[in-house]
Design a protein around this ligand. Structure first.
Ligand code: HEC
Length: 481
């Protein structure tokens, strides 16, 4: 905890001494608000504060109150303990005037967050493979455009299955008539999702034996009724025939008493090992301590067989959810089984700081919220402990938080030296990280794509290129000729 706190405190003191109120507010915004409300003016996981559209009151008193007390059910933390009344007052003025004078769009996250790369932990290793300036050697081209918040992307041969957060599943097929064009079809009959806040249609994957059985797997924020209200992450599979979703089977659904009204931390990713198991993740859904409760499905990595049955070597066969494989996981939005080493890699969002790269093992407690390298969003202490007996340490952690989302193993031939490395997306830093691992050990990482937008998912394509889901499109990364 200490290094993190010291960094933020010394930074705040510095700004208070050297900068005027507006500059100070700009820095506080970058430090405490940008991770959710966005670095520029467009908003992030929470809406923009600079568009003069207010869901919870537009007058100064309401805005002051919302910052001070928070809006708990919406996932807006209160800053009464973290910021002084004067700082909050300055912020209110800054936000209200920001729409005209404010934050430049797309401002560099690391500068605006008051951190240099040197302060980030682990330190970014500038060049692996002695490749100077990797970003300059990459060709980035638009691949499939006109998408609305693609969340999961998955290749089936040359076709691409794409989930959009709002609740649509799309199938993109290369068009013979249109050179370089696509026929993008929406698959009808997908179940209703709760797409409020962080919820929606989430990950998509196909069966390891897809060629024979045609099963497609989906996770989504499942509402008990309609498209809002208490919800929980659910896993289903089905088949696509004539652009219709058919033969749907429910593989995992929580008990109704575990459904929660909060709109965040649904997870969720799907991956398969070579023994026919499915792994999928569910975030803590807000009530942190439930991640430690093995009688609840949230804050866990689950493992089941492809038909929904329970593998008999799962670690908690007597628990209410014998599907649980690991627990104490905050909000895992990256999960991939490494085909060469058999290691199950996971990335999860920390709170403010402490995003984690984990190696997931059967029955292990990853510690959230008892241990964390992060602190509360308002800067106050979340836990005294970064480590405790009986709780696994991350293999590596990111402070400040990168908002880790999307994870794959690079398995292509276009970048032969990158084979077997991890590709990790970042929402907040708008970057793609190439992480070198050795078995289950972390070696180092480098940013190979930056400032193109929030990265939600990443995958190796059948041609060996790297495909990345940005807010409105999928882009293709290949070596520059
Ligand atoms: C952990 C994420 C998170 C952080 C950090 C955060 N917010 Fe929020 N904030 C939210 C969410 C979620 C909402 C509710 C959005 C909704 O209701 O659609 C919200 C709502 C608000 C609102 C009300 C907006 C409206 O439309 O009426 C204000 C004002 C606000 N936040 C200010 C701030 C300020 C200032 C900071 C930094 C000091 C901050 N927030 C930090 C997540 C966050």
């Amino acid at each position: 905890m200490k290094p993190v706190l010291l960094t933020s405190l010394s930074f705040l003191m510095l700004s208070a001494c050297t900068a005027g109120a507006a500059d100070n507010s700009k820095d506080i915004y970058a430090e405490y608000c940008a991770s959710c409300h966005g670095v520029g003016q467009q908003g992030g996981s929470a809406p923009s504060l600079f568009d003069d559209e207010w869901a919870h009151g537009s007058d100064l008193a309401s805005i002051r109150e919302n910052i001070t007390q928070g809006i708990e059910a919406a996932g807006m933390p209160g800053f009464a303990d973290g910021l002084s009344a004067a700082e909050i007052e300055d912020l209110v003025v800054y936000i209200k005037s920001g729409a005209t004078s404010g934050v430049p769009a797309g401002e560099n996250q690391q500068q605006s967050a008051g951190h240099t790369e040197d302060e980030a932990s682990p330190a970014l290793i500038p060049a692996i493979d002695k490749v100077d300036n990797i970003q300059a050697q990459l060709q980035v081209t638009d691949y499939i455009t006109d998408l609305d918040e693609p969340w999961g992307i998955h290749f089936v041969g040359d076709d691409v299955l794409i989930t959009e957060k709002k609740g649509t599943l799309k199938l993109a097929q290369k068009s013979d008539e249109l050179v370089g064009g696509w026929i993008v079809s929406e698959i009808s009959g997908i179940p209703a999702v709760n797409n409020g806040r962080q919820g929606g249609l989430l990950d998509v994957a196909t069966d390891p034996d897809y060629a024979q059985n045609k099963w497609v797997y989906l996770t989504f924020s499942h509402p008990l009724e309609g498209t809002s209200g208490p919800s929980m992450t659910k896993l289903i599979r089905g088949k696509i025939a004539n652009n219709q979703w058919t033969e749907e089977e429910s593989l995992f659904q929580a008990q109704t008493e575990e459904y929660l009204d909060t709109g965040f931390h649904f997870g969720s990713r799907i991956t398969f090992d070579d023994k026919g198991h499915i792994f999928f993740s569910i975030g803590d859904r807000g009530p942190k301590k439930q991640a430690q409760d093995r009688d609840r499905p949230n804050g866990k990595i689950h493992r089941i067989n492809r038909d929904g049955s329970i593998p008999q070597d799962n670690p908690f066969l007597d628990a209410k959810y014998p599907t649980i494989y690991s627990y104490g996981n905050r909000n895992p939005q990256g999960l991939v089984w490494h085909p060469e080493t058999g290691v199950l890699w996971e990335t999860e969002h920390g709170p403010k700081g402490g995003d984690e790269l984990n190696v997931i093992q059967s029955g292990v407690n990853y510690g959230w919220p008892e241990i964390s390298y992060g602190i509360n969003y308002n800067g106050t202490i979340l836990t005294e402990h970064q480590a405790l007996p009986g709780m696994a340490q991350p293999v590596s952690q990111w402070t400040p938080s990168i908002a880790a989302c999307g994870l794959d193993v690079y398995t292509g031939d276009l970048f032969p030296q990158w084979k077997g490395r991890l590709l990790a997306g970042s929402l907040a830093f708008q970057s793609l990280r190439l992480i070198q691992v050795d078995g289950d050990k972390y070696v180092g990482e480098v940013e190979i794509l930056k400032d193109k937008g929030r990265i939600r998912d990443v995958t190796t394509g059948p041609d060996g290129a790297i495909y990345v889901a940005l807010p409105r499109k999928i882009v293709r990364l290949s070596p520059k000729n």
